[in-house]
Write a protein that binds this ligand. Structure first.
Ligand SMILES: Cc1cc2nc3c(=O)[nH]c(=O)nc-3n(C[C@H](O)[C@H](O)[C@H](O)COP(=O)(O)OP(=O)(O)OC[C@H]3O[C@@H](n4cnc5c(N)ncnc54)[C@H](O)[C@@H]3O)c2cc1C
Length: 522
């Protein structure tokens, strides 16, 4: 017999980014009544789309890795991902353009990469060094799988099962994570060629952090990508939130766009619902906040709970970025789908972005050329070129209205000089951009941060706020600024963990028949 949800058994998800959508789908698949509210007119958060004048751009994420996370969310609902998303593998995964005019492709296969590096930097030992680096990366990946992923973690002690006590084998595992070593130092101890090392450093850009300040355990990202590949969802990245939103609606989730939440209602230390900006109260026994975790506490939660969270640690935003969406009337044949056009000096670049808090004078540009895989994204023979340059998170003196034009010029010059994209300016027939200020305002993030909280700290940098709030009963956190961190697969895993904790905690009842879904504008 089906039950209708009692008001206090409803779960509200604040924010419809990938983390919020993953949480909503998982909860609804397990029989919970869910309402998801987003302040924007679309769901998907940063995975938004811009379609104008014959061009279609993914506005945020473009590199999809670890599809196993998406598969697990679909499996919760008893569905096969392959029937809902067409994922195209990309290999080579990236092309790197260096300041000295050389290029290097990153292949998934370690043996192939080893011989590529032997030819690229003969006599340097970089090929063999890469193979050994990937063995380390595989071990770090395994440790993440065993201790860090798919469970609620807010600090070191949550990684290990308290009932087993602290054994010698656990100590060995902890030491295996190379505490106290940075990503940049670790990479260079294996791969002597500076260009290849610069390419490998860039896995930490997936988490918006400096490789010089991030813990070595993040070297595991290299193996995660090699192992599961890089994928392009046909239809663009936005096909992922579209598919999740349609799964959510199918499972009975009530999706409300244009619905900003201004307060999480807490009584007696326990969540009772949310209040929308329009003044409506939605009663709920639990809330999953997919809004930035720091802003959730600063802006939506009152009193002692807020203060406890804010005092727990120092919350440093990850980097921000400038994104150019350039509709071109031609294609540059030297580009593959994903490209990095590297700075001449990574140390100078990371010092500027992560220490001085200023845009790098000679930036690395990530360039996505999706027409290589799906020509329909552009006018015939053209390209929907996407260029992302990481910048510092917003500082009070940053005025991007003034800073944007000269920095845009710098980026175009960099693409022309280092990637040989001759006369780029002349081939732009459509153009839009996002600055760190735009990112801040559109997605309601912490100081314009693209990837939530920075992973800085060679011992504890990988830890983020736990998915189950220790401060408010019934509050759960999902998204890039909570465990396990940013990037599409991680935020969807974060949504799954938040939903799994909520479901297991049993503080709201399940109802097989959720309330009918409201009209959903995707
Ligand atoms: C330019 C750019 C490039 C990127 N490239 C990649 C990439 O290639 N690969 C990759 O894996 N990742 C990439 N990322 C990171 C990735 O996009 C994010 O980690 C991920 O999409 C964040 O998802 P999220 O669930 O944390 O929420 P978000 O996408 O931040 O969504 C949160 C949602 O909550 C809503 N919200 C916030 N507060 C409220 C409130 N009070 N009331 C109602 N709604 C609210 C917001 O409107 C937003 O829709 C990129 C990000 C950007 C911006």
């Amino acid at each position: 017999m089906t039950k209708t949800a009692r008001l206090e058994d409803r779960v509200v998800v604040v924010g419809g980014g990938l983390g919020g959508l993953a949480a909503a789908c998982t909860l609804a698949a397990r029989g919970h009544a869910v309402t998801l509210c987003d302040k924007n007119p679309w769901v998907g958060g940063k995975a938004a789309v811009l379609a104008e004048q014959g061009f279609r751009f993914d506005m945020g994420p473009t590199i999809l890795t670890i599809p196993a996370v998406l598969k697990r969310i679909y499996a919760e609902a008893g569905r096969a991902l392959e029937q809902h998303l067409d994922l195209v593998p990309l290999d080579p995964q990236w092309r790197s353009f260096f300041d000295d005019g050389t290029t290097l492709d990153l292949f998934a296969d370690v043996g192939r990469m080893r011989s590529t590096l032997d030819a690229f930097a003969p006599g340097s030992g970089s090929g063999a060094g890469y193979a050994r680096f990937m063995e380390l990366s595989q071990r770090l990946h395994r440790l993440s799988d065993d201790y860090f992923f798919w469970r609620n973690v807010g600090g070191l002690k949550d990684m290990f099962d308290a009932r087993r006590g602290f054994s010698v084998s656990i100590l060995k595992e902890v030491l295996g994570m190379r505490p106290g070593r940075s990503v940049a130092g670790t990479v260079r101890s294996f791969v002597p060629d500076e260009r290849a090392a610069q390419m490998l450093d860039h896995f930490t850009q997936y988490v918006g952090s400096s490789p010089e300040a991030s813990p070595a355990v993040l070297c595991g990202i290299a193996h995660m990508q090699a192992d599961e590949g890089v994928w392009y969802p046909r239809g663009g990245t936005a096909a992922v939130p579209r598919a999740l939103a349609s799964l959510a609606v199918d499972l009975g989730v009530d999706i409300r766009t244009r619905t900003p939440i201004r307060r999480i209602v807490v009584e007696g230390g326990r969540v009772r619902g949310v209040e929308t900006a329009a003044g409506e109260t939605i009663a709920a026994g639990a809330v999953v906040s997919n809004s930035d975790s720091v802003r959730t506490h600063r802006e939506l939660v009152d009193g002692a709970a807020r203060d406890r969270f804010l005092r727990r640690r120092r919350y440093e935003p990850a980097c921000s970025g400038v994104v150019l969406y350039l509709g071109l009337d031609k294609r540059y044949e030297q580009l593959i789908h994903h490209n990095f056009v590297f700075s001449h000096d990574p140390h100078e670049e990371f010092e500027a972005i992560y220490h001085r808090g200023e845009p790098a004078p000679d930036p690395t540009c990530y360039v996505c050329a999706p027409a290589v895989t799906e020509p329909e994204v552009a006018i015939p023979g053209g390209e929907a070129l996407y260029v992302l340059v990481h910048t510092p998170y917003l500082r009070p003196h940053h005025d991007w209205q003034k800073m944007f034009a000269p920095y845009r010029r710098r980026i175009i010059e960099k693409l022309e000089s280092t990637a040989g994209m001759k006369d780029l300016e002349r081939h732009i027939v459509f153009e839009r951009a996002l600055t760190p200020q735009d990112i801040n305002d559109r997605y309601h993030v912490l100081d314009g941060a693209i990837y939530g909280l920075a992973s800085h700290g060679k011992f504890l940098g990988a830890f983020k706020p736990a998915n189950r709030s220790p401060d408010v009963e019934g509050l759960y956190l999902a998204g890039g600024s909570s465990h396990p961190g940013p990037g599409m697969p991680m935020v969807m895993m974060s949504g799954w963990i938040a939903a799994d904790c909520l479901d297991r905690d049993g503080i709201v009842g399940r109802s097989a028949a959720a309330a009918p879904a409201a009209a959903c504008s995707l």
